[in-house]
Design a protein around this ligand. Structure first.
Ligand code: ANZ
Ligand code: ZN
Length: 873
């Protein structure tokens, strides 16, 4: 009997409409079933979705649909991370308002996501640039301010002197502004900071409890927080050359054990001592300027040449009384430790480079265990590992940790200027979070500056501070600064004319609490604490590894800050975290070296391999390496094209198949076609079988064939369930392929049995039902279509997950190895409950055994139950 091909385009639209109409994916906060919150990192509305989104959202949707079927009240929302620079760049380049650019993109991308058939609760959708969202964010900011979690201080920014604008780090390319190409300068601006460092220790120790996070992400966060235990040591400045009020300089060190290997002291160009000296030393002032031009980001400092300026000052070694020169040096950060260090070139890479450049002593004080110090050289490279102390007086022979402790003890008891010369200190690499951005398209910081009252928070009753719509992007810089009226406001405290803060918040703020807002998106307050507490933490968060540090760390901090201000009562927002791999694709290059997109060429499979030719002129194209899909390399495929030619289910299935989800998956057209053929095959099997399976006529005892079929189905069911729980989607898909093969060949070869065996039809029908249900999380449209073809009631999306029948999982046969005279020669498969005599009979009937015995009776047959059979010939 001929059945029609499955028409994905038509069916997908129809089922999406059916789901929407019955609001199946809208979640009720009052539903009494156990909750499950699954969330994928929300997208930035850049214009169109890409295959990375398809993969990310397909995974989340499988989890959401599966958990729904398992009886959970599932929250699976979607929104838009909608503020940010690209909208402003588009405004400057294309004269389109950031707001309309953003909302148009959202409309396009929403349509694309909807065409994927994701089981999202669209009633909770919001964009972070919605006034309703960012006004609540302003409220949170004011609460944090009141709670002492916000500070304001001077900090460096990248300043483009031609465009007269502040640049984000990623807009500085090789030290120059991305638009103007001008050399970027460092400028001090007063900026707002969230005090994430208050939580440094807690954010670090709590990582141990995040046992459903990838180890690699926890390690990255740990390194970012960068706790180190060290010592602050004060050095006396020799003679009377010290600037007024500064008789000592304090350094921070994690290697006090190396104090005898010291050969200089280095100060940050921004250190107060350097500033004081530079006031009447123009050469030093010029050096400081040069450092500022170079930038002070950690990345720059790590790669730049180490440079210094000898200040002429000298410091006294606390143990030997020797004096050492004091440099201003470009590799010392002002906002780490004390902005000063003692240099030990033999045991530190940067110090080694510095000393080599300025001809300073490089004296080893730690040598590897068992190595003769006289034969040990650090002339070419520093020695960074553990070892034994040498050349260090009272420390000689000690291990590094013991020497650290000995130095700390001794210096704590030395008095310098009436205070101990050293104090122990725990230091963190983590900095406070600077959130001020000198941009328009962000959440305005709700602050007013008054000449008399200073910094005045906007009273909550006066919120929102809404962005003005009438702004010009004809010049670079922040349009809020030059808006004719927006800044002008009366001081809420004294009523005199005052000015609004024109900085907006870092967009990482927007994404640090959206997961909480989804729990009550229409609430007047930022959250309804009881509701947020009931839904949070997110049970499964899924997103890209590129957010492993900042976004996740900020969200963890924000949750703590929201707890401190009464908006939630938990600390960790994401219980399970999964970071998915990328979608990669071959790259292609034209004869002139330019990149060519897959749509512009055709591939020929030849004997010698694959060759590619440009469609326009037939020119041969070089097939290059497989790389992350990117516009610049033109190796992208557009999800909408895929969905239009094959359907969303094919796209969803393909991105989940083949590769483990944490690894990269390679998109190939051949693979997509293969997936599509597979789905057509499932459709054919279901519809053809539905047409010939007779209706069930009363319960008949299961025949062995019916049992075998149901075993295959229930084993697949159990395996798919376990694989989805473990997020091993590719394994689940492999189990489904197996089941389809079993059902397909049984159907092809055993049709007569439907008439002869009254238990066979119902078993086949049940097996098909299981097949459809286990496929439903991945290919939900096809599943609905099959479900109704099978004559089943309602939506498969609302049907509970089938229960595994445990008896069907039990293997009732065992396969035992058979040895003849101690060598394995064969296997025998017998019923699990067969007795020794039955096993022996089966073994003696085996070809291999018959041959070996050459017609004689065996001397002995030893059956070790459930394990092995030995035949002695
Ligand atoms: C002496 C020393 C000897 C050091 C040695 C290292 C090796 P972590 O471990 O990352 O915390 N340092 C201190 N303040 C600095 C600043 N403001 N800018 C740049 N570097 C600074 O790094 C601590 C080490 O970094 C400190 O230990 C100090 O150099 C340097 F064989 O002190 B050490
Ligand atoms: Zn005032």
């Amino acid at each position: 009997m001929a059945t029609e091909r499955y028409n994905a385009r038509e069916a997908e639209a129809r089922w999406q409409a059916a789901w929407t109409k019955t609001k199946v994916f809208e979640t009720d906060n009052d539903d009494p079933r156990p909750k499950y919150y699954v969330l994928e990192m929300f997208p930035y509305p850049s214009g169109r979705i890409h295959m990375g989104h398809v993969r990310n959202y397909s995974m989340g949707d499988v989890v959401a649909r599966f958990k729904r079927a398992k009886g959970f009240n599932v929250l699976h929302p979607m929104g838009w991370d909608a503020f940010g620079m690209p909208a402003e760049n588009a405004a400057m380049q294309n004269k389109v308002h950031p707001k309309s650019w953003t909302y148009q993109n959202i409309a396009t991308m929403r349509g694309q996501l909807q065409s994927m058939g994701l089981s999202l609760d669209w009633s909770r959708e919001f964009a972070t640039c919605d006034l309703e969202y960012y006004t609540r964010q302003q409220r949170l900011f004011l609460d944090f301010l009141e709670a002492g979690l916000v500070t304001r201080r001077q900090s460096k920014v990248n300043w483009d002197p031609v465009d007269m604008t502040v640049l984000a780090n990623e807009q500085v390319i090789d030290g120059r502004g991305w638009r103007s190409g001008a050399l970027v300068e460092q400028r001090e601006l007063t900026q707002w900071f969230l005090k994430i460092t208050d939580y440094a220790e807690d954010l670090l120790t709590a990582l141990d409890g995040l046992d459903r996070w990838p180890e690699k992400v926890r390690t990255m966060q740990k390194n970012w927080i960068g706790r180190s235990e060290g010592l602050r040591i004060r050095f006396e400045i020799a003679g009377n050359h010290a600037p007024a009020g500064q008789r000592t300089v304090e350094v921070f060190t994690t290697r006090p054990d190396t104090l005898y290997g010291m050969s200089f002291l280095a100060l940050s160009p921004d250190h107060p001592v350097v500033k004081a000296l530079a006031a009447d030393n123009p050469d030093l002032a010029a050096f400081v300027d040069e450092c500022h031009r170079m930038g002070t980001s950690v990345a720059v400092l790590e790669t730049a040449e180490k440079k210094g300026f000898d200040t002429g000052l000298k410091v006294v070694h606390p143990f030997t009384g020797e004096t050492f020169p004091v440099y201003a040096a470009n590799f010392v950060l002002m906002d780490y430790g004390t902005g000063a260090l003692f240099g030990c070139p033999a045991h530190d890479q940067r110090d080694h480079e510095f000393a080599s450049r300025y001809g300073l002593a490089i004296r080893p004080v730690v040598v590897p265990d068992g190595v003769d110090p006289a034969a040990f050289s650090v002339a070419d490279a520093p020695f960074l590992d553990d070892g034994r102390l040498v050349n260090s007086d009272f420390l000689d022979g000690l291990s590094v940790p013991d020497a650290k402790e000995a130095v700390a003890r001794r210096l704590e008891s030395v008095t310098l200027d009436g205070a101990p010369a050293a104090t122990r200190q725990v230091n963190y690499r983590l900095r406070d979070w600077g959130i001020s951005r000198q941009r328009y398209w962000g959440c305005p910081i709700p602050i007013i500056h008054c000449d008399d009252c200073g910094v005045v928070p906007v009273p909550k009753a006066d919120l929102p501070v809404a962005l003005p719509d009438d702004v010009e992007f004809d010049r670079p810089g922040n349009p809020l600064d030059r808006h004719p009226t927006w800044r002008l406001v009366d001081c809420p405290r004294c009523g005199k004319p005052a000015r609004r803060e024109t900085d907006t918040m870092d967009t990482f703020v927007d994404s640090s609490w959206y997961f909480a807002r989804f729990t009550a998106p229409d609430a007047d307050d930022p959250t309804i604490p009881a509701v947020a507490d009931a839904w949070l933490p997110v049970d499964q968060y899924i997103g890209g590894i590129e957010h492993a540090i900042l976004h996740l760390l900020y969200s963890r901090f924000f949750t703590r800050a929201m707890k401190a201000t009464g908006h939630v009562s938990l600390e960790e927002p994401f219980r399970g975290l999964f970071t998915q791999g990328m979608v990669v694709h071959e790259t292609y290059k034209a004869p002139d070296g330019s990149w060519i997109s897959p749509a512009e060429l055709r591939i020929e499979e030849t004997e010698g391999g694959r060759r590619a030719f440009r469609l326009s002129d037939g020119a041969e194209v070089t097939i290059g390496s497989v790389e992350k899909m990117s516009k610049s390399k033109k190796n992208t495929v557009d999800p909408t094209d895929i969905i239009e030619s094959y359907g969303a289910d094919t796209a969803r299935w393909f991105v989940l198949s083949d590769s483990p989800p944490e690894r990269d998956v390679e998109w190939t057209d051949a693979g997509a076609q293969g997936t599509n053929r597979f789905l057509q095959r499932v459709w054919r099997l279901v519809t053809e079988a539905a047409a010939v399976i007779p209706p069930a006529a009363g319960a008949a005892p299961r025949s062995p064939e019916a049992t075998a079929l149901l075993k295959a189905a229930h084993k697949a069911l159990a395996a798919v369930e376990e694989s989805i729980e473990g997020l091993r989607f590719n394994v689940a898909l492999a189990k489904i392929y197996e089941l389809v093969n079993v059902l397909g060949s049984t159907f092809a070869n055993d049709k007569a049995r439907f008439q002869a065996d009254p238990s066979f039809g119902p078993a086949f029908r049940e097996a098909l039902g299981i097949l459809v249900q286990v496929m439903a999380p991945m290919t939900p449209h096809l599943a609905e279509e099959c479900w109704s073809a099978l004559g089943r009631d309602g939506l498969v999306a609302l049907t509970p997950w089938p229960a595994v029948e445990p008896a069907l999982l039990v293997e009732d046969e065992v396969t035992l190895p058979v040895q003849i005279n101690g060598k394995k020669r064969a296997d025998v498969t017998v019923p699990r409950d067969a007795d020794a005599a039955a096993v022996e009979a089966a073994v003696l009937a085996l070809d291999a055994v018959v041959k070996a015995l050459e017609g004689k009776p065996p001397r002995k047959v030893i059956v070790v139950a459930q394990r092995i059979v030995n035949v002695v010939a």
